[in-house]
Design a protein around this ligand. Structure first.
Ligand SMILES: NC(=O)c1ccc[n+]([C@@H]2O[C@H](COP(=O)([O-])OP(=O)(O)OC[C@H]3O[C@@H](n4cnc5c(N)ncnc54)[C@H](O)[C@@H]3O)[C@@H](O)[C@H]2O)c1
Length: 383
């Protein structure tokens, strides 16, 4: 068996995303299967070092994942050529400085979104990788959600005719922590730690709209901090000084209209935590994380408004379900697989730091729209 060992510095793996998705479901899963098969008798074997601040958490994660190399200091690994890749899933506010350090050390970069907290820095990171011949990528996991893959196939097969509009709903109730513990870390609700749902969610929204529907051209945003006080991990009250909900309108290329809600303060009464609905001249579809439902022109009901009688059947029953037509691996693992192949085999990897910068750019444009109370253009980023 020919083995391409690939040393990866994994920083921020004790966090929610780092441990559950990137380490356990992607890298450790690939290692436990003996590596990523690339040709008969040939595998890529990711060989990570887990970097964190807390030795106890690192030891527990090491036991759980089977990864033996852990460290609380990163410097020695940045100097070590046996680790050519740097991965970052730290809190958002620490990302750009950590990436800059890794780029200076000549590492290939793969990281969580957002890649930075402002577009200028995000583009600087992109250019630094490009100019130094380093490979680079940003996590865009939503593109590999089974429901969204099904939706993408419908677009590719011309199901919709002309796409008219898209509606994205994301959100669920994040407990405040006074009685029931919060299920997201407190840094998300504070400005000084670069929290707020706009910076968190716009990278996802941009990549879904740009890749599945059409490029974003303009945005209009209203934001709100609905819950002003929460309880942190130490049981302390704190003031929430960033938005926990955003209500947005979009104009996309080809005159497509978009309507997006992102909220940590709503209760779900729809198919899933995230739904993407597309209406077109020939048909409509709505995707959730796993499922996708469709209604063709030929199945479209002709409702008649009647305030005196409840409608006979459910409108939902008039939709068909898209069956599973292919394999759907864990989305984080799917993208890691592409990145590993990109580094070792030089295969294309379009989800690069320029795409990451586009997500940050949309967050900035949405914030500016809130401030001005106006539509804001989302211009082409200069390279
Ligand atoms: N792709 C996705 O779907 C998705 C979902 C959620 C979060 N994220 C992104 O992943 C990143 C991490 O989010 P998370 O929810 O896993 O956060 P988390 O708080 O659970 O984890 C943060 C990590 O950063 C580390 N860290 C280092 N220095 C720190 C400090 N001074 N304070 C706090 N933590 C510090 C922590 O040890 C931990 O490993 C964020 O940038 C977030 O935007 C992505």
């Amino acid at each position: 068996m020919k083995e391409h060992r690939l040393g990866i510095i994994m920083n921020g793996v004790t966090g929610r995303m780092g441990s559950n998705q990137h380490l356990m479901r992607a890298i450790a899963a690939i290692r436990n299967e003996g590596g990523l098969a690339i040709r008969p008798g040939e595998v890529i074997l990711p060989d990570p070092v887990l970097i964190g601040r807390n030795p106890d958490k690192l030891a527990a994660l090491s036991r759980l994942s089977g990864v033996e190399t852990v460290a609380t200091e990163i410097a020695a690994y940045l100097d070590n050529d046996a680790y050519p890749v740097y991965f970052d899933a730290q809190v958002t506010g620490l990302r750009s400085e950590a990436l800059e350090q890794a780029i200076r050390a000549g590492k290939h970069i793969y990281c969580e979104k957002p890649t930075a907290t402002d577009t200028e820095t995000a583009m600087r990171l992109y250019r630094a990788c490009r100019d130094n011949g380093l490979k680079h990528g940003v996590v865009q996991d939503k593109l590999w959600l089974p429901g969204l893959i099904k939706l993408k196939r419908l677009v590719e097969n011309g199901f919709f005719g002309d796409i008219l509009s898209v509606q994205i709903e994301f959100g669920y109730w994040i407990f405040e922590g006074h009685t029931i513990p919060a299920q997201r870390p407190s840094w998300n609700y504070r400005g000084e730690t670069h929290g707020g749902i706009i910076l968190d969610m716009m990278p996802h929204i941009r990549c879904v709209l740009d890749n599945l529907i059409a490029p974003v051209r303009q945005v209009f945003c209203h934001k709100a901090t609905h819950i002003p006080e929460r309880i942190d991990e130490n049981g302390q009250r704190y003031r929430c000084d960033v938005e926990d909900a955003a209500y947005l309108l979009f104009q996309l290329e080809n005159d497509i209209s978009g309507r997006v809600t992102c909220s940590w303060t709503e209760r779900v009464r729809r198919e899933d935590l995230l739904t993407v609905k597309v209406d077109g001249t020939r048909g409509s579809a709505q995707a959730g994380l796993h499922e996708c439902y469709l209604q063709h022109y030929g199945q479209t009901p002709r409702p008649v408004w009647d305030p005196e009688r409840a409608s006979a059947g459910s409108y939902r029953d008039q939709w068909g379900r898209v069956p599973d037509q292919e394999d759907y691996p864990n989305p984080f693992r799917a993208q890691w697989t592409h990145f590993l192949r990109h580094v070792v085999l030089n295969e294309p990897f379009p989800w690069n730091l320029r795409e990451g910068a586009k997500g940050v750019q949309l967050a900035e444009a949405a914030m500016l729209s809130c401030k001005l109370g106006k539509w804001v253009a989302v211009e082409e980023l200069e390279v």
